[in-house]
Design a protein around this ligand. Structure first.
Ligand SMILES: *[C@@H]1O[C@H](CO)[C@@H](O)[C@H](O)[C@H]1NC(C)=O
Ligand SMILES: *[C@@H]1O[C@H](CO)[C@@H](O)[C@H](O)[C@H]1NC(C)=O
Ligand SMILES: *[C@@H]1O[C@H](CO)[C@@H](O)[C@H](O)[C@H]1NC(C)=O
Ligand SMILES: *[C@@H]1O[C@H](CO)[C@@H](O)[C@H](O)[C@H]1NC(C)=O
Length: 357
């Protein structure tokens, strides 16, 4: 077989558009425009910034507080823990690959005099446990503080306006605000108002990223919250369309469409939707993605733990507080909250079908 992975996705995308029956399967853009040359962004980004939580973190969360630095995290790729909350790669890695960039530096490493070239390809500010507001994970910087970090780098002239104009951002804050609301016994009655506050803050955050000069911002919708193994019913079933997730996603989508409309003069579709909800539900329904993955029991996790424990935790005598499945590739969920490398691969192949992984 031809070594197709050497070709850039951009080239492949051109080939595919020439076939003309090419369609986007996932919903990518709020205005559901046809994808243009250059993938979803419509140009070839040179720099990627990431803001988010554990779904996007590539090693910012300190070893002291995160099980992500312990076995069996990283067991599939690269074979040792890297601070990612999964057995392999996360969204950030797959997105960088889709764009054709090497993965952006984790912010904490960026602080220690990284080579200029590495910093230029971008920075990942995402921390496990982060929300738009402060969460039960106390020391973690919220999204506003993550954006402050980029602003400081711009002030220190690490990134020029030309760098920013050829950059894109991925904004992926997908649930810790709600975990925190539940953890603090927030009322059901107050929930819709809280969801509105969260979405309003996300919209402020992504607008601010754009106003700093970043060309386009890809914004993750919420996955079906009640389907996380942590919250699924004991029988393993779940409500994919719970009213809270529905409200969050529909408000966010509307908000992004409005932001795009306001920027109509640049005619650039600055805000794009990454529809994690659609991807999760489609994969649950089909038990995988044909030709990419197969998840016989998509709601089960590969590395289950008791409530309050994380995959990788050990007891005082070194005993494992988790169990590990035989074949992580056949699981969608990694632990009670996070998803596997193979799950991310599946999501990207669904939402960005011009990806080649
Ligand atoms: C984010 O965290 C900072 C520092 O803890 C705090 O001052 C700020 O109010 C927080 N932002 C939001 C939107 O909660
Ligand atoms: C950013 O780049 C685009 C495309 O090259 C160009 O049309 C636009 O004027 C640039 N904007 C700024 C602020 O430099
Ligand atoms: C929440 O409710 C549970 C059970 O009713 C209680 O044990 C816990 O202390 C409460 N937590 C907070 C933060 O109020
Ligand atoms: C999900 O639920 C909302 C409100 O409860 C409803 O308006 C919507 O049509 C539902 N969507 C699907 C796909 O069932």
């Amino acid at each position: 077989m031809m070594n197709i992975s050497k070709l850039t996705p951009w080239f492949l995308f051109l080939c595919l558009t020439l076939l003309s029956d090419y369609k986007v399967r996932g919903s990518i853009s709020p205005s559901s425009q046809k994808p243009r040359e250059g993938g979803i962004f419509g140009f070839k980004p040179k720099t990627l910034f990431v803001f988010g939580d554990s779904f996007a973190d590539t090693g910012n969360t300190p070893t002291m507080i995160a099980a992500s630095w312990k076995f069996p995290n990283g067991i599939t790729f690269p074979g040792r823990p890297t601070g990612r909350f999964t057995d392999g790669r996360v969204s950030t890695d797959y997105l960088a690959k889709y764009i054709g960039l090497r993965k952006p530096c984790a912010y904490k490493w960026g602080r220690f005099g990284r080579p200029r070239q590495a910093v230029k390809r971008g920075m990942n500010f995402a921390f496990g446990g982060a929300g738009v507001f402060d969460t039960i994970f106390k020391v973690v910087p919220n999204a506003s503080v993550q954006i402050d970090s980029l602003e400081q780098l711009i002030r220190r002239k690490v990134y020029s306006s030309a760098d920013l104009n050829s950059s894109v951002a991925f904004f992926s804050i997908v649930g810790n605000d709600y975990l925190t609301y539940n953890g603090r016994n927030g009322s059901e009655k107050g929930r819709p108002a809280f969801i509105r506050r969260v979405v309003k803050q996300i919209l402020l955050d992504v607008k601010r990223i754009k106003d700093l000069g970043v060309r386009k911002v890809l914004v993750a919708l919420s996955p079906p919250q009640k389907c996380l193994p942590k919250l699924a019913t004991p029988k393993g079933g779940c409500d994919t369309n719970d009213t809270s997730t529905y409200l969050h996603n529909s408000l966010l989508r509307e908000g992004l469409i409005k932001l795009n409309d306001k920027m109509i003069k640049s005619n650039d579709n600055s805000f794009l939707v990454f529809d994690l909800y659609n991807a999760f539900v489609t994969i649950f329904k089909n038990k995988g993605v044909p030709g990419v993955s197969r998840f016989p029991e998509p709601l089960k996790s590969c590395c289950p733990t008791e409530r309050g424990k994380s995959c990788g935790d050990v007891g005082i005598h070194g005993e494992k507080l988790f169990t590990l499945c035989k074949d992580p590739k056949s699981f969608f969920f990694w632990d009670n909250v996070h998803i596997t490398d193979q799950a991310w691969r599946s999501i990207f192949s669904l939402l960005l079908p011009d990806s080649q992984f």
